[in-house]
Ligand binder design. Structure first.
Ligand SMILES: Cc1cc2nc3c(=O)[nH]c(=O)nc-3n(C[C@H](O)[C@H](O)[C@H](O)COP(=O)(O)OP(=O)(O)OC[C@H]3O[C@@H](n4cnc5c(N)ncnc54)[C@H](O)[C@@H]3O)c2cc1C
Length: 497
């Protein structure tokens, strides 16, 4: 086998032989993936004094599941969109004085509930049910601690218990609302349905107090990655402190971490690289699909259990740009409530996948666009259709529910997070199966060490965060965690030399 080393790595590799004699100056570190976790890892490694850091990214861009693109009047985020919470949120804490974030208006609270017979629920009725739904969020923090079942069971029981206090609300309408709310909540969890989400496991997630939907004004989430990189916002190619250290279109096909010498990485184009440390930040979806081929020797059983037991669901977005705002001025969004007979009919047609498109909502700084959401199995099916088929389906849906005219949009976009082999899903959650396997982020995060305790193969990424999984702040903290792990190892070694 011929070793073709990257020039940065090769230069340092020749400086010292024997990986135990490496220092922060000479240790060669490869970070796999340039999403939020990979960028956080690499920038922190450089900040603490490592010199030979290389990031390999399969896509032709950095950012991973943070992907801000130009659209309509400014930008849209195809992946992460909001900074969730303030207290204890490392992203918020880092940028809070920089005037980058803004509280999102109440599109996700004051939306209209529209039935499939075009009836718009009056605000009073809708608000009774919305209040039960929103109140359940803080209440579940207490009530789920002893709960054995799924989040779906908990929320369903709770909803009907609370509804007993509001006999004036029609039960059929309430059931339609609950169905919609469950889809909305499934999108928060990224679960196909709430009955697979662990009730207790749900509490592993720590909600940061403060505003839960902070947007990045008209700049998108990439603002934060640029901030981490110290990169210019005006140039898409500027990677700031990672300039010259990121190789795009470099998909890793194999990592040999055998023994305690250097690790050998093979890219899909056949190129081979070596390193002293590898920090893998690929998504849980990629690990699920590829870990058996990606690593040799095979990963230890506890790691495989975590990859199997933790779940990654599919959440996709749609963006429609109209010539002028589609919804009446006092409508912030619409949630779709299906009548039984209409749903039955829909299920018998080729548009069955529209059942999981639960609503369309306004977007901050983008008055002419509507953002739609879909989840789960139907989202994955939608991803296999052509863009035109998806658009025609969505127009049919909007026209079925809305009384006013819905013209074709000027431009349309949909995401395909599952179909993309570099992601294979949207974000992770804890399922009842995770409980059953008694696994969790702790198993995913655990580094693989050599006999002397040196980290050889480390894991970062949102799914490996014990409490902030599914978010960008979780991804970022996991990257900092692994950079710090390596830093501590070298600090301790230097102290004992
Ligand atoms: C639709 C959607 C909406 C979201 N909304 C929010 C939100 O509002 N707020 C929030 O905080 N979070 C949100 N998230 C979640 C958030 O985007 C993720 O948790 C976070 O970005 C994950 O970062 P990561 O670095 O762990 O993984 P990734 O971003 O997936 O980075 C991993 C990188 O590894 C690369 N890669 C994969 N395989 C290979 C390989 N073999 N070789 C080399 N490179 C490889 C990938 O291309 C990718 O760039 C959302 C996600 C989605 C999809």
């Amino acid at each position: 086998m011929s070793l073709i080393c990257d020039s940065t790595l090769a230069a340092s590799g020749s400086a010292l032989s024997g990986s135990q004699s490496k220092t922060k100056q000479t240790a060669r570190i490869v970070v796999i993936g340039a999403g939020a976790a990979g960028i956080a890892t690499a920038t922190r490694l450089l900040e603490v004094g490592f010199k030979n850091v290389l990031v390999l990214e399969a896509e032709n861009r950095v950012g991973g599941r943070v992907n801000t693109i130009s659209f309509a009047d400014n930008v849209v985020d195809l992946g992460a969109q909001w900074c969730h919470g303030e207290v204890g949120n490392p992203i918020y804490q880092r940028v809070k004085d920089l005037n980058m974030l803004e509280v999102t208006d109440d599109a996700y609270e004051s939306f209209k509930c529209v039935r499939s017979n075009r009836q718009v629920l009056d605000d009073r009725t809708a608000n009774v049910m919305k209040k039960i739904a929103w109140d359940s969020i803080p209440e579940r923090q207490k009530e789920l601690t002893e709960f054995e079942g799924s989040l779906g069971t908990y929320l369903t029981e709770k909803f009907w218990r609370e509804m007993e206090k509001s006999p004036q609300v029609d039960r059929t309408v309430a059931r339609e609302f609950l169905d919609n709310f469950k889809k909305f909540e499934s999108s928060v969890e990224a679960a196909d349905n709430l009955f697979e989400v662990s009730g207790r496991g749900h509490l592993e997630y720590w909600m940061c107090e403060g505003e839960l939907l902070l947007n990045w004004r008209d700049k998108g989430f990439k603002t934060f990655l640029n901030h981490l990189l110290c990169a210019s916002a005006d140039s898409a190619d500027d990677l700031g402190i990672l300039n010259g250290r990121v190789q795009l279109n470099k998909r890793i096909a194999h990592i040999n971490w055998q023994g305690d010498g250097e690790l050998i990485l093979r890219c899909w184009n056949g190129e081979v690289l070596t390193a002293d440390h590898v920090i893998c930040t690929v998504s849980l979806g990629v690990l699920k699909e590829q870990h058996k081929q990606l690593f040799s020797p095979a990963l230890p059983p506890a790691k495989c259990r975590a990859i199997d037991g933790l779940k990654l669901g599919t959440v996709d977005k749609f963006y429609l740009e109209f010539s002028k705002p589609l919804l009446p001025e006092d409508w912030k969004g619409i949630s779709f409530l299906w009548l039984d007979k209409d749903l039955e009919e829909l299920r018998g047609t080729e548009l069955f996948w529209l059942e999981s498109v639960f609503g369309f909502y306004g977007v901050s700084y983008q008055p002419r666009i509507l953002q739609g959401w879909t989840i789960g199995e139907h989202a994955r099916y939608m991803e296999t259709l052509t863009e035109e088929q998806v658009l025609q389906g969505l127009l049919w849906l909007l026209r079925k529910f809305l009384e006013f005219e819905v013209p074709p949009p000027k431009r349309f976009l949909r995401t395909q997070w599952y179909a993309n082999p570099n992601f294979r899903g949207s974000y992770s959650f804890r399922s009842t199966y995770t409980d059953e396997l008694r696994t969790g982020a702790w198993d995913l995060e655990a580094p693989l060490l050599d006999v002397g305790g040196k980290p050889r193969l480390q894991f970062a990424g949102e799914a490996s965060h014990k409490h902030f999984y599914s978010t960008v702040h979780g991804a970022v903290e996991s990257g900092w965690r692994e950079a710090e792990r390596l830093n501590s190892y070298y600090r301790a070694r230097t102290a004992t030399l």
